[in-house]
Design a protein around this ligand. Structure first.
Ligand code: SF4
Ligand code: SF4
Length: 247
């Protein structure tokens, strides 16, 4: 007689009427391994009472179909199908405020676990990660190429339609207003502040060495190429500047 425990293992997960191909069990295990093997995993997950304190204090749980308790339970019980399913949408609802981590009686960090799941979703090039990050490509470009996350000229009704009617409160003549600031480096709307060439090159090297740019390549190859070209130019400029100093 066959072992009932093994016959109940689901070989594939997927919607039987969807066009998307099913996900093999091997793939589900690989994804979970990637989450679990991160050095932070054992620090963020110590057990779970299923008490729901994290969900009761979670701001995102009030507005979305999302529960940190559910996420932690999926990981704690190694529910591979549920983990994969949550990575398709739910994990992107977390605001990363870490209120949950401050309240959990087990010292878990549901928000930290969500971060690991997001990084894994990016590593595996999941569509959910691409869809969530696509609207932020301008911010990524600005951040990596200038060291500024946002600049005044990015704050406009057109750029942030999801801000609703409140965007009109910041839709002001910024070019004129910035000129009124006594600090000369702020007299532009192209950057929030000026980051010098050396710092910019160093930041890029950090993102390169820590794998951030590898992740970007998986999610948005075009943006990766554009940023690479900008940084090649900056590195050349910086090398020229260093040469000039030696002369
Ligand atoms: S993660 Fe912590 S707070 Fe949330 S249900 Fe589990 S034990 Fe409770
Ligand atoms: S970090 Fe995420 S899961 Fe935790 S309370 Fe904040 S929004 Fe909720």
């Amino acid at each position: 007689m066959e072992n009932s425990a093994t016959t109940r293992v689901q070989e594939f997960i997927g919607d039987p009427v969807a066009d998307a191909p099913p996900v093999s069990r091997a793939k589900l295990e690989e994804i979970f391994q990637d989450i679990q093997s991160d050095l932070r995993f054992d620090h963020e997950l110590n057990g779970c009472l299923n008490c729901g304190i994290c969900t009761a204090t979670c701001p995102s749980a009030h507005y979305y179909d999302y529960s940190p308790r559910e996420i932690v339970q999926l990981l704690w019980t190694e529910n591979l199908e549920g983990i994969y399913d949550a990575m398709q949408e739910k994990i992107w609802a977390c605001a990363q405020c870490y209120t949950c981590a401050a309240r959990c009686p087990f010292g878990n960090s549901p928000g930290g676990l969500v971060m690991l799941m997001r990084e894994t979703a990016i590593k595996h090039g999941m569509e959910s990660a691409k869809n969530v990050l696509r609207p932020f490509s301008r911010v990524m470009l600005k951040l990596i190429s200038t060291g500024n996350q946002l600049s005044p000229d990015m704050i406009s009704k057109d750029a942030f339609p999801d801000w609703g009617p409140n965007i009109s409160k910041v839709d002001a003549p910024l070019a004129i207003l910035r000129k009124a600031i006594p600090v000369p480096t702020l007299h532009t709307t192209k950057t929030a502040w000026e980051v010098n060439l050396k710092t910019s090159v160093e930041l890029y090297t950090i993102w390169e060495e820590t794998g951030v740019l590898d992740s970007l390549k998986v999610i948005d190859a075009n943006l990766f190429d554009v940023i690479g070209d900008i940084m090649d130019e900056k590195r050349e400029d910086y090398a020229d500047w260093l040469e000039d100093q030696e002369e």
